[in-house]
Ligand binder design. Sequence first.
Ligand SMILES: CC(C)(COP(=O)(O)OP(=O)(O)OC[C@H]1O[C@@H](n2cnc3c(N)ncnc32)[C@H](O)[C@@H]1OP(=O)(O)O)[C@@H](O)C(=O)NCCC(=O)NCCS
Length: 197
Amino acid sequence: MLVVVCKWFYVYLPMEFYIETERLIMRELLPSDVDGIFELDGNTEVHKYLGNNPITTKTQAEKIIAFIREQYLERGIGRFATIEKSSGDFIGWSGFKLNTGDNETLGSKRDFYDIGYRFIPKYWGKGYATESSLAVLNYGFQKLKLDVVFGAAEVDNIASNKILQKIGLQHMEQFPYKGNMINWYKLKKEDHAKTMS
Ligand SMILES: CC(C)(COP(=O)(O)OP(=O)(O)OC[C@H]1O[C@@H](n2cnc3c(N)ncnc32)[C@H](O)[C@@H]1OP(=O)(O)O)[C@@H](O)C(=O)NCCC(=O)NCCS
């Protein structure tokens, strides 16, 4: 169990978040990642298929980090900060979000583990989303013992659709959401196990 110093007290994360791949480290998102999150979520290109509403202040970046850290404690999971090993740079995040309750539905979909990724543009095109997501799937099925995970991407987000298919998710359906068409994907534990064997 990992003990982290919060602003006013010690908190215990439900489990240690650490994944290492050939070129990346995924770890818990920390308050000190604020500049990285600001660079990421303040970028219009990054938000092209995410509602076109990038953040404009560091306070918003701090709130994003606080929200994800709250999810670690309350939901046992949240997106992982992703670090490029060769440079030590914060490049963005990847990993699971557990969408819960009425405020986190996607059309008719609710209460699901969503696999996702979001990187600063200078780190795109290096295969990092694919590399991190393959490791995240293993973590989800082996460590979190999930039975099924889901993924969603706007149909025009070619890169994201490619990644979800490449890492083994099955296309299930397409539906409209907030003026865009969404591709909806699913991967069951047993199907993931088959691709690993
Ligand atoms: C989506 C995103 C994470 C991809 O990251 P990445 O590290 O560049 O992805 P990868 O290098 O693993 O590439 C995956 C595939 O997509 C392809 N691809 C990457 N960018 C592409 C683009 N702009 N157009 C078409 N294909 C693209 C790659 O060529 C690769 O396909 P291949 O294996 O057949 O060559 C990155 O573009 C991003 O952060 N976008 C903004 C946030 C976002 O849209 N997140 C997803 C929300 S659903």
